[in-house]
Design a protein around this ligand. Structure first.
Ligand SMILES: CC(=O)[C@@H](O)[C@H](O)COP(=O)(O)O
Ligand SMILES: NCC(=O)COP(=O)(O)O
Length: 251
């Protein structure tokens, strides 16, 4: 029987609770409250992206998450000296290194670990030495996976944005195949394979069915859907979609 990673973990990304809060300033709605609710709704972890421009999650949010939640925190961050220092001060469960451009609307591509290996190597080593599980947010590309392995990152997160944005049909199928090949290759290299970006109830199904994937990180859709059905219900819906897809893959 093909390998199936048993429990597919759901990391709930709470960035866009902070986006709504920051639209007016002040403290409502609070990302911390969303993290506590997500835990009650069955999230396996919380993801928060402390962007260099602080457009959503703030330093204070990270302080409060670190001292209050009982779930592992996956801190998404650029691979800069400032962010590495913040991670070393807090020691979250995981640090996912992502590329950032100030003017981008959202994370557009994966980290180029191949071109950036000289700068990444010392940062990955510092984070690892502090006991933080390092993840690289990369495109589903063999060369990037091979480099993640060489750099000693134990985890990769495959960027699902191009798959989610592809037109349903052959274009999306091609992107799914790239994800499937990358997940299998990463697993064969001994990497723990995660995936995320742009997933919703529809696009999550085929990704959740990929047997080597251990964790999905999902935020924007869950927070948007929560406006209509509440956060617990939106997370429950995602959990159900993931479990149904994984059960189908096991059958
Ligand atoms: C890396 C990633 O996919 C998430 O951190 C996502 O980027 C968060 O939302 P924004 O890109 O809108 O900051
Ligand atoms: N790393 C991806 C993530 O945390 C969530 O991305 P999105 O669902 O907000 O697009």
């Amino acid at each position: 029987m093909a390998y199936v990673h048993q429990h597919l973990r759901l990391g709930v990304n709470i960035d866009h609770v902070a986006t709504v809060r920051n639209a007016r300033g002040g403290s409502h709605p609070e990302p911390l409250r969303a993290a506590l609710l997500a835990a009650q709704a069955g999230a396996d972890g919380i993801t928060a992206h402390l962007r260099e421009d602080r457009r959503h999650i703030s330093d204070e949010d990270i302080d409060r998450l670190m001292t209050t939640i009982n779930l592992p925190l996956n801190l998404e961050m650029a691979a800069t000296d400032e962010m590495v220092a913040i991670a070393l001060r807090h020691r979250p469960h995981a640090a996912c290194l992502v590329p950032e451009r100030r003017e981008e609307r959202t994370t557009e591509g994966g980290l180029d670990a191949v071109a950036g290996h000289n700068e990444l190597a010392p940062k990955i080593a510092q984070l690892r030495d502090a006991g933080i599980r390092v993840s690289l947010f990369i495109a589903p590309d063999k060369a990037q996976l091979d480099m993640a392995r060489r750099l000693g990152a134990p985890v990769v997160e495959l960027h699902t944005g191009p798959y989610c944005h592809a037109a349903p049909g052959p274009e999306r199928q091609r992107e799914l195949e790239r994800l499937a090949e990358a997940a299998a290759h990463g697993h064969a290299l001994g990497l723990e394979v995660h995936a995320g970006h742009g997933l919703d109830y529809d696009t999550v199904r085929d990704v959740a069915a990929l047997p080597e994937i251990a964790e999905l990180n999902i935020g924007h859709f869950l927070i948007g859907e929560a406006i209509f059905v509440g956060l617990e219900a939106s997370i429950h819906g995602m959990r159900q979609a993931m479990d149904a897809a994984r059960a189908g893959a096991e059958a």
